[in-house]
Design a protein around this ligand. Structure first.
Ligand code: GLN
Length: 536
């Protein structure tokens, strides 16, 4: 069997060029040629993981099946490749240092002075190689966060320099840069690219492939110019032009022969490897781009000002809409602004409403209003994690008549704690780990809508929360039509609630949005969007 190939993706000139999408696209193309591929993200910040970051900082926190709170790029990787990622797929500087310091305390370094080179760089290399050493992958594609030239990313670039030296053609560097268009001169400019490649070279790394992010097509002349100034073959200078959808990028990069050049440079004969079979991908894209009729969904949450804060929910809805032959029109509604008086004005015309996950009490009152509106007016409504908890509280207040019903998270003195911390969790808190993270099994109740949607009895979904539906209220809820249709088989914790007699009113304690992919749209989102379409 061929050795694992390591492909690094670095960025220059500016951040937010879409390294994650380029990495995922390359992964997709190689996978579609029959290779086993995984994507990894190295984040140069000092946080040990992004779990504690405010979504306004880096967007959504993604969660892997093994319970790692990860960078949102892992979401792109899973949505594109349809393959699960794990803790090892996302490393931060904080974790690298934490590991090194732990080893130092344990005496592993035998009295040596612990330094960035070799100890930090060795730890980085160990974490990259760990993926290849599983024997499960032909290609490990590692994206280095940040921009070349940053102080933070230096150790990563140094680790890359060493790996290229050790591995020869089994290790490549793809450098993604930006070519700005000067409107006054009507020209694309390559100077920033040349400078960022110089930065990379100064740190000892010669890129093998350069991808130019651009808003206008890049001419042959420009490609040759970049090739000449940056010591890269002209065929290895490619463009990545603005695309109507991120899901078009793999096809754009296929047209630029990215996969072919990567194969050639890693010692394969591209002619002897089957071409990338993108049939099912194309079928999805046709639906996504070809839909004429729209479906209008409102997303009610407290971080809606930042586009990336609910990335996975947005993508899941867009997958579902495409498969339902609809164009998704998503309206973000800041829950802080919602009141009894403006709720009708805000949500009238929306065919479905998603109430978002969240932490803390800001914006919760607005979520109650949105839920009440949907419940009373038969609007399809999907409550996710905190959205589900607020669904339960709204029901307890307005249907069961418990005016002070609440979650322990928002009111520690409520006499009707329909959302609470369960007894065994309280002891866990003292040990420092109170979040329920990662995939847990869920048993679906026969005869419920959830069971019908999934079409099976046992499912597994990812969690990221602290509080739970208080099962002491289960019987009373069910007697009034709010059924607990999914529970964890080991702990009995309630995972799904649904309102009988309503067209679609379902809350999930877990996050289905983390597992919707292009080729495997999530059944709950499909069903929800279907119900929204019915609601004309
Ligand atoms: N804040 C709630 C909890 O901790 C919900 C979390 C979430 O929506 N992800 O249980």
């Amino acid at each position: 069997m061929a050795e694992t190939k390591y492909i690094f993706v670095t960025g220059g000139v500016a951040s937010s060029l879409g390294k994650g999408i380029i990495s995922a696209s390359l992964g997709k193309l190689l996978q579609a040629r029959g290779f086993r591929v995984t994507n990894q993200k190295l984040d140069p910040y000092i946080n040990v993981d992004p779990g504690t970051l405010n979504p306004y900082e880096h967007g959504e926190c993604y969660v892997t099946v093994d319970g790692h709170e990860a960078d949102l790029d892992l979401g792109h990787y899973e949505r594109f490749l349809n393959v699960e990622t794990h803790k090892i797929n996302n490393i931060t500087t904080g974790r690298i240092y934490q590991n090194v310091i732990m080893k130092e305390r344990r005496g592993d370094y035998l009295g040596k002075t612990v330094q960035v080179i070799p100890h930090i760089t060795d730890e980085i290399k160990r974490n990259v190689k760990a993926l290849g050493q599983t024997g499960s992958f032909d290609f490990v594609i590692t994206e280095i966060g940040g921009t070349v030239g940053d102080i933070e990313s230096l150790p990563y670039i140094e680790a890359l320099r060493q790996l290229k030296w050790e591995m020869g053609h089994n290790c490549l560097c793809i450098h993604l840069t930006y070519v700005p268009f000067l409107a006054a001169a009507k020209e694309l400019k390559t100077k920033p690219t040349q400078h960022s490649v110089k930065d990379l070279q100064q740190e000892g790394v010669q890129p093998d492939i350069i991808i130019l992010r651009t808003e206008h097509a890049v001419s042959e002349d420009i490609r040759h110019k970049v090739a000449l100034f940056c010591n890269v073959e002209p065929e290895a200078v490619m463009q990545s032009i603005d695309a109507s959808s991120i899901y078009r990028v793999p096809l754009n990069m296929q047209a630029e022969h990215l996969d072919e050049v990567v194969l050639r440079k890693t010692g394969y004969d591209p002619g002897k490897v089957p071409a990338a079979d993108m049939t099912s991908w194309n079928a999805f894209l046709e639906k996504l781009e070809g839909a004429n009729e729209e479906v209008r969904i409102a997303l009610v949450g407290k971080y809606v000002q930042l586009q990336d804060a609910y990335k996975s929910i947005h993508e899941s809805l867009s997958h579902a809409a495409a498969y339902c032959n609809r164009r998704l029109v998503l309206t973000s509604v800041l829950s802080d602004d919602l009141t009894k008086d403006n709720i009708a004005g805000t949500l009238t015309g929306q065919q479905g409403v998603v109430v978002a996950p969240g932490f803390g009490s800001r914006g919760v009152e607005g979520k109650f209003e949105a839920l009440r509106w949907c419940r009373e007016n038969n609007i399809p409504c999907f409550g996710i994690c905190m959205g589900m908890q607020v669904m339960a509280i709204e029901f307890a207040r307005n249907v069961l008549g418990y005016a002070d019903a609440n979650s322990l998270e928002f009111d520690e003195r409520t006499t009707h704690n329909v959302v609470d911390m369960m007894e065994d969790q309280k002891t866990l808190i003292n040990m420092g780990g109170s979040m329920r993270l990662g995939a847990y099994a869920c048993q679906l109740k026969r005869g419920t809508k959830a069971r019908e949607i999934y079409g099976k009895d046992l499912i597994s979904e990812r969690h990221r929360h602290r509080y739970e539906f208080n099962h002491h209220y289960q019987a009373e809820f069910e007697a009034h039509g709010m059924v607990c249709s999914g529970t964890n088989p080991d702990s009995g914790l309630v995972e799904i609630i649904e309102l009988q007699g309503h067209p679609w009113y379902i809350g999930t304690q877990f996050h289905p949005e983390y597992s919707s992919t292009v080729l495997r749209p999530h059944p709950l989102f499909l069903s929800f969007v279907g119900a929204a379409i019915e609601n004309k």
